[in-house]
Design a protein around this ligand. Structure first.
Ligand code: FES
Length: 283
């Protein structure tokens, strides 16, 4: 018997927003019945551009139902951009936590929401960028997804990755590859972390430039490219980083938020708290 929180049991027994919306603005389906879990999530915007209605249908366990249900409550009233920033960790936290082996249910919720937002923005029903490299063929999990889940949830072992996205939990052929990705994230984490009581880490200019380039390439661009956007690094001068938005991000009314809340926040966290990010045209 799983050790579920009261919140999980409440959402499982009384799931909110189950069903379908006629003519939704965005709809996304993830998972497969063959794997035991599948989730379809759809939403409709109100006249103010915020999510007014959201429904889900799932074929899964108690934690899949609870994750989907609490997610629907989390997105109502949010803009699409705000909803798109919800992480699987926030879903699990809203439920008071999930058993380790069930964390993949929170990831499935986040992925279904992303797929629905992608459908809203592009009209496409598939999410996967064909350039993405699939690491686990048993469960169709890409390198980018494994890196993202490992980073966002602070994972440090292949078994944890299995719990969060199932990758590595089938034939096991991909486990060495997953281990290398996890090791890379652990190295990043160690580099970025300043131990309590330590003096702030001082990077040389060259180290700082390389680190900024690496973080933009490995973490920020894939996140934007998933929504057909992109960003280009134009210049680095001291702590001032100049960027230019490309694709869907260029001219997007939310680009200011993306610049500040995603790019600047990430660089401040991983490189230096003094970093300022400006757009090329505004520099
Ligand atoms: S390829 Fe990943 S478990 Fe089989």
């Amino acid at each position: 018997m799983w050790d579920y929180t009261d919140q999980v049991m409440d959402h499982f027994r009384n799931p909110r927003n189950v069903g379908k919306i006629e003519h939704p603005d965005g709809v996304g389906t993830v998972g497969a019945l063959a794997c035991g879990d599948a989730l379809t999530l759809m939403f409709k915007l109100g006249p103010d551009g915020r999510i007014a209605e959201v429904k889900f249908q799932t074929f899964g366990c108690a934690s899949a139902i609870a994750s989907s249900s609490v997610l629907t409550e989390m997105v109502i009233g949010k803009t699409v951009e705000e909803a798109g920033r919800i992480t699987n960790k926030q879903i699990a936290d809203a439920l008071g936590g999930l058993p380790d082996q069930k964390m993949h249910c929170s990831v499935m919720g986040r992925e279904a929401l992303e797929a629905a937002i992608h459908n809203y923005r592009t009209g496409e029903t598939g999410m996967r960028n064909l350039d993405e490299r699939i690491v686990c063929t048993c469960f169709g999990v890409s390198e980018n997804e494994i890196l993202r889940i490992t980073r966002e949830n602070g994972l440090s072992s292949v078994d944890e990755v299995v719990n969060f996205c199932k990758a590595g939990g089938g034939c096991g052929m991909c486990r060495n590859e997953i281990q290398k990705l996890v090791d890379g994230v652990i190295a990043e984490r160690t580099q970025a972390k300043t131990a309590p009581g330590d003096a702030p880490r001082k990077l040389t200019n060259l180290q700082k430039i390389k680190l900024i380039e690496e973080i933009i390439t490995r973490e920020i661009r894939p996140a934007l490219q998933r929504d057909h956007g992109d960003v280009e690094l134009v210049d680095i001068s001291g702590d001032r980083v100049t960027i230019a938005f490309r694709g869907m991000c260029a001219g997007c009314h939310a680009s200011e938020t993306t610049r500040h809340s995603l790019i600047e926040a990430k660089l401040r966290e991983c490189v230096a708290p003094e970093i300022t990010v400006v757009e090329e045209s505004r520099s």
